[in-house]
Design a protein around this ligand. Structure first.
Ligand code: HEM
Length: 293
């Protein structure tokens, strides 16, 4: 029976690295992905494949497509190749580095490293703005049904679809806001994480309240802060049994539903966005059969 990659459902680790790849040689892809499969357990290393890869292999993963052009006015988002995405999870940066090098070597006949972003847990799981992130994530069976394709879809059971977006914060802009204005931008109080009953419509948690969509739009967020020098932000990562819930949330955040833009955009902006399909495991290894391999 296929099972989900366990790292999707586990809490975020202390340390992580996200690596993405572009396509360099399709003819070598089958061997490269088999070599990758031997290195991946789905728990410490979570893997996703994008639309560019499936197209190159002439494979069809129903529900997988490329990241949609949903952006706020004046915003442009960098293109990510959508070939291979890997989330390396752990608690030791040195071990993660060496695992990352091993994976790059295994994929190198077919894929070139596009981007590598180191991420970490901040305090007990906060965004770098200081707000707790993940409070309203579904848990237990609800997390599984939000994030993982069910057994009723025989060909993809145990898979997940992940939306990734790298956001860069403007810390000066955020710090220039009063404490009240910061709380109103999120819709929660930073001091005790309580939800504000009188938050404005542009507050982030009002924009994304999962139960307020029809149908309800639950995702499993596994985002982590990143930093490079004094720059930093959030690597937003949301797993779903499809991309529909994420797309409904993002559409409302950018104001396409009612003209109201999420207050987050006043101090942070997405700089990239990509979609991937995370295959299930079969006998403890990535199941590459939906790719025809
Ligand atoms: C820099 C970008 C972002 C930051 C700093 C951020 C931060 C937060 C924080 C602090 C919360 C409240 C606590 C919680 O329930 O987790 C929250 C909730 C949430 N965020 Fe974000 N978020 C970001 C981007 C996004 C994006 C792009 C989406 C989806 C398109 C999203 C979807 C959600 C959802 C679904 C909730 C829970 C809403 C609810 O049901 O109450 N977030 N976010």
């Amino acid at each position: 029976m296929p099972t989900a990659q366990a790292g999707i459902l586990l809490p975020v680790p202390e340390q992580a690295r996200y690596i993405t790849f572009s396509l360099s040689n399709t003819a070598a892809m089958s061997d490269a992905l088999h070599a990758l499969r031997d290195l991946v357990d789905g728990e410490n290393t979570v893997v996703g494949f994008g639309q560019t890869l499936t197209a190159a292999l002439n494979a069809n993963i129903p529900g997988l497509h490329s990241f949609p052009p949903i952006t706020a006015p004046g915003l442009t988002i960098g293109i990510t190749p959508e070939v291979v995405w890997i989330w390396l999870r752990g608690d030791d940066r040195g071990e993660i580095l060496h695992r990352s090098r091993q994976i790059c070597r295994a994929l190198s006949p077919a894929c070139a490293l596009h981007d590598s972003v180191d991420a970490f847990k901040y305090a007990e799981g906060r965004d770098l703005s200081g707000y707790e992130d993940g409070t309203e994530n579904p848990t237990g069976d609800a997390a599984i049904s939000a994030a993982i394709v069910g057994q009723n879809n025989a060909s993809l059971a145990g898979s997940s679809f992940v939306a990734t977006q790298r956001w860069r914060h403007n810390f000066e802009c955020f710090e220039a806001l009063s404490e009240d204005a910061q709380d109103n931008a999120i819709g929660r109080r930073q001091s005790d994480n309580a939800e504000l009953s009188d938050a404005p419509e542009c507050a982030h948690v009002k924009r994304t309240a999962q139960e307020s969509f029809s149908p309800e739009a639950f995702v499993l967020r596994r985002s982590m802060p990143w930093a490079e020098g004094n720059a930093g932000g959030l690597m937003f990562v949301a797993f779903g049994h499809s991309f529909d819930a994420f797309e409904a949330q993002l559409t409302r955040m950018v104001g396409l539903e009612d003209g109201i833009t999420d207050a987050l955009f006043n101090f942070t902006q997405p700089v990239s966005g990509a979609y991937y399909w995370c295959p299930p495991l079969k006998d403890g290894k990535l199941d590459l059969s939906p790719l025809g391999l």
